[in-house]
Design a protein around this ligand. Sequence first.
Ligand code: UD1
Ligand code: CA
Length: 458
Amino acid sequence: MTNRYAVILAAGQGTRMKSKLYKVLHPVCDKPMVEHVVDQITALEINKAVTIVGHGAELVQTHLEGRSEFALQEEQLGTAHAVMQAEDALGTLEGTTIVVCGDTPLIKAETMEALLKHHDELKAKATILTGKPEDAAGYGRIIRNEEGLVEKIVEHKDASEEERLVKEINTGTYCFDNKALFEALKKVSNDNSQGEYYLPDVIEILKEEGEVVSAYQTDDFEETLGVNDRVALSQAEQIMKRRINEKHMRNGVTFIDANTAYIGADVEIGRDTVIHPGTVIKGSTVIGEDSVIGPHTEIKDCKIGDNTVIKQSVAHDSEIGSDVNIGPFAHIRPQSQVMDEVKVGNFVELKKVKFGKGSKASHLSYIGDAEVGEDVNIGCGSITVNYDGKNKHLTKIEDGVFVGCNSNLVAPVTIGKGAYVAAGSTITEDVPGEALSVARARQVNKENYVNKLNLNNN
Ligand code: UD1
Ligand code: CA
């Protein structure tokens, strides 16, 4: 097979986004646009990929490190000038180069593969991926001659009224004979309305040199949507969301309302799990089988087991086991490990806690920086006092402990195995195993006190 290379254009500032964030780093379904593109490029068999980055786009490099080489485009003088920056890396190589924009996050590897195949079959020097969107405004138009062969691409801003009526557009993805590309790039001028070096001009240059130039039209225009502003960003989000949710449905996941469930591109969900409305699941989250997530739940970077229910809650960067019941209105903060068969109920917050198998905190608790053993019962309103104003301290609650309601466990402190803490206690010293600890003022009843008070007032 001929060698294949890829150039990903990602140096544009994205003025139309009106953002501090580099355009190609704007996320679509929780992943930067350019990463979606590189994911698809990686799925093709490519010998070398070069991403063109702008000045100050270190973040783009961080996101793509190890998956692409990089070439810097100091000044954004146009897409042809951008590709030229890959000359050192690719210029002398024999093979086919696919060029794709970092702002077309929905492009699929299978479409690029079909484009490459078409290019090979026609032995073309350049093949453009074209499409017919509902609204062609803003895109470069494909101008064909009487025989229907591609002549050139005219940018929207440079197009005549007649040319603007053309429905077929340049999607910004092309393949080229690598050497012919770098030769032709040298001949591109910036004599146009934007004063930029346009990559699409390479088509006309090759055509005039008598080379075979072709076009491959995709009927799925959604896939080639170019994101230039926040309206298109929102459209891309909707399309990608639908694509991701459908993938999960095909794999056996139920969505009660797929329109209101936002699942990140890398999330994994097991069979027979049910996703309720208003649910956002992000990052590297992995969810097992038969679980129920939502309604109105946010989960990020969590590993969740089977048959676990999480409703109206937030969980970040934590491990949650199987047969666990969380919520409504619980908050599982980072570095928590919630073991199997646990119950974390209404208005309970866990932070950096190992919460042992079968243990329960059913209502109104804060448990932070703690190790909770198995079968522990934490009564309503009980908290770990983990912070002394300077440092955080550990609370250890051993297996089988019963913490009565509204207790304060002032860390560092250990409650020994099987111990009882009386309701309303403020525990400042370790409690031995099997002990009952009562740490509160003894109740005093002052008989007839109210009547005496009333007499004095009269
Ligand atoms: C481009 C095409 C247009 C096509 C459309 C498809 C040109 C001149 N026009 O227009 O024919 O219909 O894409 O979406 O190519 N970039 C750089 N360096 C630069 C300029 C741009 O790296 O100097 C990158 C951008 O980051 C972006 C891509 O190239 O990822 C395309 O640039 P953009 O300005 O978005 O081009 P469009 O106006 O959308
Ligand atoms: Ca664009």
